[in-house]
Design a protein around this ligand. Sequence first.
Ligand SMILES: [Zn+2]
Length: 349
Amino acid sequence: MTLQTQLSKIPVTIITGFLGAGKTTLIRYVLENAKGRRLALIVNEFGDIGVDGEILRSCGIDNCPDENIIELANGCICCTVADDFIPAIEKLLALPNRPDHIIVETSGLALPKPLVKAFDWPPIRSRLTVDGVVTVVDGAAVAAGRFADDPEALLAQREEDVSIDHDNPLEEVFEDQLLCADLVIVNKADLINNEQLKEVCEQITAVVPRAVRIVETHEGKVANEILLGLSAAAEDDLVNRPSHHDAEEGHDHDDFDSFALPVPTIADIPAFLARLESIAAEHDVLRIKGFLDVANKPMRLLVQGVGTRFRHHFDTIWPKDTPRAGHLVFIGEKGLSRAALETELARSL
Ligand SMILES: [Zn+2]
């Protein structure tokens, strides 16, 4: 390939990371600091309601108008590369103002490798290159052991069947996302102390097979100079990015369940959030997020929970064409009961 064609390829940054690691916040920071760079986004969510796309759209940044943001909800893009992802990429390439850089936010359960593989397909690789796979990690969740196998249970299982590596589906996704990384961002570093941060970095280094830079931050504040322009050409380097699913024909995400539930107008925010916290704890919900309608407030309330850690703020006025109707997306390990959560929610109001 000539240098000229190489240079004319549009760089694509893949932002991956487990549910609630802070990918959307990080991307928002990238958009706000674009400094004239024309950006386009593909936002993928596991749940069938796009919350992240809404958050990014509402930031109204000139360098990333609405038509440059494509949402792919309802499943992980790693499973629907040909049906969803490639058409989305084609749409961005057809924009009258060609983007300078494309950012892909994968769902928190997506495996990045199948996506990187797509960039090795001749019609794609001639026009695009994977500038880098950036894996965002929730430092506090890693420090709390959220992604670690129970060592005793694992040992017992291995005695029976040596081929089993994991009994924790969270750990498997977490590791697959790290195994593909060109850069690891340890987010929420403000929630842990230096000793914990050191341990988190050691855990990451133990998983990542190559020398990869680890950057700590909070609120996703990473300079674009660090994030973009890695020039990794990851599509040329697939062999160095092992995955737990390499031996499989495909993969599925049936270790996890997700659904969205409507929430009627709420009046007392702290009381409702306290209920959500206890619901998350009781039912082991991994992620709760969505917009709520609060009585007498013109703005919608954005609520985001990771485990039992919740935050909220009024994000924007309810858009004109959107009904003021609250809803929350729930994601958990397989068996998360929709009926039970419906009952819990009804009891909370
Ligand atoms: Zn998949």
